[in-house]
Ligand binder design. Sequence first.
Ligand code: ADP
Length: 450
Amino acid sequence: THLNEDQAAAVNKIVDTFIVSDDRLIKIADQFVREMEKGLDHQGATIAMIPSFVAGRCTGNEKGTFMALDLGGTNLRVCHVTLLGNGEHTIRQQKYVVSEELKTGPMRNLCDFIADCVDSFLTENGTIDSNSTIQLGYTFSFPVLQTSINRGVLKQWTKGFNCSGAVGKDVTILLQDSFRRKNINVNIAAIVNDTVGTLMAYAYKHPETTMGVIMGTGFNASYYEDMSKVKKWTGNTDQEMVINMECGAFDCERRVLPLTVYDNKMDRESINVHQQLYEKMVAGMYLGEITRNALIELIDRQLLFNGESSKDLNKIWSFETAYMSTIEVDETKDLCDTAHILESVLSIPSTTLADRQIVKKLCNAVGVRAARLASCHIAGVLKHTGKVGHECIVAIDGSLFEFYPNFEENMGNALAAILGEQARSKVKFDLARDGSGLGAAIIAMIAAKN
Ligand code: ADP
């Protein structure tokens, strides 16, 4: 490399703080099991472990036509899904941009916007019989305490959303009111977490799927639980049900997660300070900002970019996680793609090869850590359910998992470090692209049947 001694020493020191040893992974997974069990025992635990009211397994033979909505990621998606049986389906969908103003304004405006999007989708795709009520599955990917398949109270906002008048309210009723006010003949049959939708969508084709995971803007997971093991559950215990873990909240007490000063700075400037710490170390929304904090420190110490930052790089959240992917795969001799991002996109006046190598090292450190930490919740679920060493399919959706270089491989290696090579070889991570629309339709169907 081209780093001088001071640079090398400083960079290595930062990279070291992002290393998670195998021992630490095992401790984190064990703590995860303890927190899962607390969440299953009583309300108000750190990981909420929310029963989804989705019971029983998919067969793939379900049929019918349903609508689905997906709110909680980068876009609002409106979908029209036909389940054909035999694991087959057709889907028509449209994306709508949710503005920052809507994300942080009154909840009523957001609901009216969603209702308007559904209305224009129905108008543009006018094949749906307007005389009968349309059954809709509402994927709402925030922590919701469900009381039935289509009732649930918002606990808190995450991922940059912060609408007023929503926390503590039933989000289905709020949206159903907007449909009613606008005379849109749609019934919200189910409220669905995106991880649960992803699990059900993948299970429609592969009934043996046991976990649904999202690794995109945010990070969360769900799995099948034997309800006789859930002390806080007062319903029928003679069944399996999907549990939405809300595991992004894991270890908010900071017992085991190896938070660095760069994480703490990002957390302090986020809109949900001290919350969702596990999510913040794994999910796409945050990795770039953690990396940016490390870069800025090196700039301030005159060890990077000749001590010169730029207006763009100084801006919080400006260093996107997608840049990290591009930088990590940059194998050009002079790291041209990295130079392009730093100089053309972020307007750093000039960078040396040493600078680019430093940036690449830091991206790698933050990216590898995210993947290794992400494996802990899967190890935790396998340990808790007694399935270590059994065949298991984990359906994963999200751009981070899909596009971040070596993410899957790094997760696999970490899982092997926790559970052993043999147990790791039985676990299959499958990319389940855009499953939440299909999944919500399947769940709407289950709800409409009951
Ligand atoms: P959702 O917002 O529904 O989770 P995605 O799964 O597409 O949608 O996730 C978007 C997030 O993924 C972005 O916030 C970004 O942080 C991250 N991301 C997007 N593209 C990439 C990429 N090429 N490499 C790594 N992360 C990416």
